[in-house]
Design a protein. Structure first.
Length: 320
């Protein structure tokens, strides 16, 4: 005779019924202890998420209905901060700049990540794949501030490092940081360069998971490399593309370090993003209510764009 639970064979039943009850009790106690530990870890994680994520969001939402400069008491102003957003040309302009930069960064990041992943995936050597995965992922490990400072020197007109090497190719000097279009292009290039490693690693893993029998069948049917990529590989990895697009868009909309460090939002307001306006309003002008309203609006924009992406994925994403 054996002790069973839920159809599972646990242990041979001892001859003494009292001993069998002790074994069952010990097993239930052990399961309760494991369950308690698991719920404790989940509760601890939820506590930190609530304190450091949802807490600031709720605080910003409440503060957006007040006018507060830290020194004096908060004054309730209702929707005045939100009305001010749409009447402030600087904020409206910064939202447009943010969307333009975000879309450009995400498109370039996805194209570069997918292109590099396809090239690396064609390498038969695992050592070569590991080397390229590490090399392309390394920029992501560096702090954004340090990368922005370094890139600022490379593109700065005083040092002219980038233009020097472009001049060797007979390319005329480009005002990277001193013209509105040049500064926008620089922000896109620097941001996409640092973030491409993330999408690259995702796409390499996704391409390696594509069934080989499908690729072999396509090859037998006479499908070329480009047709196989467009009609077979990309549809099969479309869930990964969706995930990479959503994450990249969320990060790009919150762009702050590169334009703030490299151009201070200039020249003029050419690279002034919504996060820069939010930072200046709250921490330089001490208008925490107005800065919180901009933060909440930015959150709503992120939620709206993410919702559009998931809605579009119903027709564009193929789930196996």
């Amino acid at each position: 005779m054996t002790i069973t639970e839920g159809g599972r064979r646990l242990a041979p039943a001892p001859a003494d019924p009292a001993a069998a009850d002790k074994i069952r009790h010990a097993q239930r106690r052990e399961r309760r202890k494991e369950a308690g530990f698991g719920f404790g870890m989940i509760g601890l994680s939820m506590f930190f998420v609530a304190v450091f994520t949802f807490g600031p969001i709720v605080a910003s939402l409440v503060l957006s209905f007040f006018e507060w400069d830290v020194i004096s008491d908060p004054t309730f102003v209702g929707m005045a901060n939100y009305q001010r957003i749409f009447s402030d040309t600087t904020v409206v302009h910064s939202l447009g700049v943010t969307l333009i930069l975000a879309v450009s960064i995400v498109v370039l990041q996805l194209v570069l990540g997918l292109g590099l992943a396809v090239l690396v995936n064609q390498r038969r050597s695992n050592a070569a794949r590991t080397f390229f995965r590490t090399a392309f992922y390394l920029p992501l490990l560096a702090s954004t501030a340090s990368v922005s400072i370094f890139m600022g020197y490379l593109f700065d007109y005083k040092f002219d490092v980038v233009n020097y090497y472009l001049g060797l190719l007979s390319i005329p000097n480009i005002p990277w940081l001193t013209s509105p279009i040049g500064a926008m292009v620089t922000m896109v290039l620097v941001s996409a360069w640092q973030q491409t490693g993330f999408t690259f690693v995702l796409f390499v893993a996704a391409l390696m998971s594509v069934p080989t029998d499908v690729l072999e069948a396509a090859q037998v049917d006479g499908s070329g490399p480009l047709r196989t990529l467009l009609q077979i590989k990309i549809p099969l990895i479309s869930p990964t593309i969706l995930f990479a697009t959503v994450v990249a868009m969320i990060n790009a909309i919150q762009l702050f370090d590169q334009p703030y460090i490299m151009t201070s939002g200039g020249p003029g307001n050419a690279t002034t993003t919504a996060t820069i306006v939010m930072f200046r309003s709250a921490f330089q002008n001490l208008q925490f209510g107005f800065g919180s309203a901009i933060a909440i609006l930015l959150l709503l924009v992120i939620l709206a764009i993410t919702g559009i992406q998931f809605a579009a994925s119903r027709k564009l994403v193929f789930y196996q």
